[in-house]
Ligand binder design. Structure first.
Ligand SMILES: C[S@@+](CC[C@H](N)C(=O)[O-])C[C@H]1O[C@@H](n2cnc3c(N)ncnc32)[C@H](O)[C@@H]1O
Length: 221
């Protein structure tokens, strides 16, 4: 929370100067330098086969897929999608980028081996509906990989996130919520959770990004 108040004004100034797309690229690059890079590698670096990435933004994750990954990315925002398309050209993996939203995916049931998202469930309108859609488009036994910032379990930090969230939502322009209970929602959507890793990345240009969780789960039925 301290980071949020201390660095928030400077972050807003930078966003005004750069415009939203360049700002998001700059943030992704700062985050990578602060340790996100390892987490993104951990999230997608070993994946092969048919993969869906939802909410790809400027395509910050694309660089981390290996050559055997065949990725379809969904991004609803036109400007971010254009940036994602550019990033897709420079990636080693085969990546195509489509419009769409996580809550209503334009794919048949059981299409993908893996669905992944990085800091996207904070932004979708309904995380539960989105996760249920993820489950629908996954093949039986398909894997879910998430890298998400969540509502803190700390007795004070969690309620503070709740308090600040309406202001944060108005300021960030990507619909990002500070206080999503994503681990619980993954369970509610019916996934079998295999691992939840706790991470903290301190990056003064992105004050909303901790606490972080890497969640690995499976569609087991
Ligand atoms: C914080 S950005 C994260 C971008 C990228 N995944 C990354 O790691 O840098 C959240 C992204 O989710 C997208 N988004 C918002 N609502 C969405 C929805 N309903 N379905 C899919 N993506 C959505 C936003 O347009 C934005 O690109």
């Amino acid at each position: 929370m301290f980071f949020f108040f201390r660095y928030g004004p400077a972050v807003q100034k930078r966003k005004k100067e750069l415009g939203v797309v360049e700002f998001m690229k700059a943030i992704a690059s700062d985050l990578d330098a602060a340790g996100f890079s390892e987490l993104r590698t951990h999230l997608v670096g070993d994946l092969e086969g048919k993969i869906l990435e939802v909410g790809s933004g400027t395509g910050a994750t694309f660089h981390y897929y290996g050559a055997e990954a065949n990725v379809t990315a969904i991004e609803p925002d036109d400007d971010f999608r254009a940036a994602s398309e550019e990033a897709a050209h420079n990636a080693v993996a085969k990546i195509s980028v489509l419009p769409g939203s996580g809550e209503k995916l334009p794919f048949a049931d059981a299409t993908f081996e893996v669905v992944c998202a990085s800091t996207a469930l904070c932004s979708v309108a309904s995380p539960l509906r989105t996760l249920i859609e993820f489950k629908r488009v996954l093949k039986p036994g398909g894997r879910l990989r998430l890298l998400e910032h969540i509502r803190s379990e700390h007795w004070l930090a969690g309620p503070l996130q709740d308090l600040v969230n309406p202001i944060w939502l108005r300021l960030n322009h990507v619909g990002c919520n500070l206080n999503r209970k994503t681990v619980e929602t993954v369970g509610e959507a019916g996934f079998t959770i295999h691992s939840i890793e706790n991470h903290k990345i301190y990056c003064k240009t992105a004050p909303a990004t901790f606490p972080l969780r890497v969640i690995k789960a499976e569609k087991s039925f």
